[in-house]
Ligand binder design. Structure first.
Ligand code: ZN
Length: 169
């Protein structure tokens, strides 16, 4: 291998890396010969490539898994956000429900009709009322709001849920 004096730049050829500081025969400068470890550099390169590959595999696995999960979920869901009691001109109370229709897919969907189900304290259905939300389309990943005043009685109603009208129910 070749080494060079740090000070006067004189070059020397030596058999192997010296274990102790060397002294320049020309100028008398003493310095430590640092031998770059090729094997160490190579191992570091291998390790970084492995880390990169495992990161790519990990990301791919996560993306594939989330795609499967998205496909297994219903593309369209409806969520109630608020239930209020409003009274009409005759002083009769009605439930006013509002919420959102959420498109969990990446494709545009037509907004389905919604069915508001009123149940009593034991979970028995008191009434089902279908209505058409004002929005007709919901973009992928977007949501549209809905609100509706039920004409069905409020007596005994303890739980209200909203369902999507699927097919010709
Ligand atoms: Zn020198």
């Amino acid at each position: 291998m070749k080494i060079k004096c740090d000070f006067c730049k004189t070059e020397y050829s030596i058999e192997r890396a010296p274990s102790a500081p060397v002294k320049c025969a020309v100028c008398g400068h003493v310095w430590n010969v640092v031998v770059p470890s090729r094997r160490g550099a190579w191992m570091l390169f291998i390790a970084s490539v492995c880390a990169l590959l495992s990161a790519i595999v990990f990301v791919t696995a996560v993306v594939v898994k989330s795609k499967i999960e998205a496909a297994n979920r219903a593309p369209i869901v409806a969520e109630l956000s608020e239930i209020k009691v409003v009274t009409d001109d005759d002083g009769i109370p009605h439930f006013a429900v509002s919420g959102a229709i959420i498109n969990q897919s990446t494709e545009i969907y037509g907004v389905p009709d919604l069915v508001v189900v009123s149940r009593d304290a034991t979970g028995h259905e008191i009434a089902r009322q279908k209505f058409m939300p004002s929005a007709t389309l919901v973009e992928g990943g977007a949501s549209v709001g809905f609100n509706h005043v039920l004409s069905t009685p409020t007596d005994g109603v303890k739980k209200i849920t909203v369902e999507l009208q699927m097919g010709d129910e």
